[in-house]
Ligand binder design. Structure first.
Ligand code: NDP
Length: 249
């Protein structure tokens, strides 16, 4: 297999479904060896098989990104078994939606653990290697919700705003080490993310929003990620905001 990412190694979190899965497939199709991390091992195994059938190589790593030790072990295994690390896609995320007065604090904490601490742990585990290598690319999946606040979305807004702020600070810290940082901000994408929304009103609202338009597909976001990571070394694509054409805010 020859492609634009031949010889590169990528580490993708949240690769068991949706955007992460599509991204792993897209990176592998361009020749990258891909470490695929998430909690559902059956999904990871079947994805690794599909990638192998298409001539690629994927390493399933069962990992909960909220557990720092699991993250460190997964990154270590990826580097050892795939022979390096070049691209990190911090994609794992959950959407906790609903108004503040009916919200559940343990769900708020969980969303910060996955959406923010997960990104921090993976970044902490990978940046020293990339610095030593003097090259690398970190892609953080934020959201339109990282730029535009909406009633009923405040907690998710806060986590994704955090991802954006952290990513820009990170870019300033690591650009001298030839490490690129990209924020991807999708609008509505047709994935499983809504399935876990526990607040019935928020879930209904979100489903109605989705039904009213033609949402993006995970492959659309994977294509944006692929664009960012296949630019010449001098090009640091810092931010890509992608809405479905029919989405208002
Ligand atoms: P999915 O629900 O399809 O995918 C979420 C992924 O995150 C799954 O692979 C899941 O794997 C993983 N994940 C969740 N919790 C953890 C955890 N603790 N440790 C490791 N992995 C975890 O949703 P999407 O593909 O839509 O979401 C991907 C990213 O895109 C998220 O960051 C989301 O916020 C963002 N996004 C999504 C939008 C949309 O409309 N769909 C819009 C804007 C941004 P597993 O359960 O196996 O651990």
């Amino acid at each position: 297999m020859t492609g634009k990412l031949e010889g590169k190694v990528a580490f993708v979190t949240g690769a068991s479904s949706g955007i992460g899965e599509a991204t792993a497939i897209a990176l592998a199709a361009e020749g990258a060896k891909v470490a695929i991390a998430a909690r559902r091992s059956d999904r990871l195994d079947s994805l690794a098989e599909r990638i192998a059938t298409n001539g690629g190589q994927a390493l399933p790593l069962v990992t909960d990104v909220t557990d720092e030790t699991q993250v460190n072990n997964a990154v270590e295994k990826a580097i050892a078994q795939l022979g390096g690390l070049d691209i990190v896609v911090n994609n794992a995320g959950i959407a906790v939606l609903g108004n503040i007065d009916t919200g559940n604090p343990s769900e708020w904490r969980r969303s910060f653990e996955v959406n923010v601490f997960g990104v921090l742990y993976v970044t902490r585990a990978t940046v020293p290697f990339l610095k030593q290598q003097q090259s690398g690319h970190i892609v953080n999946i934020s959201s339109v919700a990282g730029r535009t606040a909406r009633a009923g979305v405040g907690v998710y807004n806060a986590t994704k705003w955090g991802v954006n702020a952290f990513s820009e600070a990170l870019r300033q810290e690591v650009h001298k080490d030839n490490i690129r940082v990209t924020i991807i901000e999708p609008g509505l994408v047709d994935t499983e993310i809504n399935d876990l929304i526990s607040d019935p009103i928020a879930k209904q609202r979100s489903e109605e929003r989705r039904k009213a338009i033609t949402p993006l597909q995970s492959e659309d976001i994977a294509a944006a990620i692929l664009y960012a990571v296949t630019q010449p070394p001098r090009v640091n694509v810092n931010e890509i905001l992608i809405r479905p054409t029919g989405q208002d805010i």
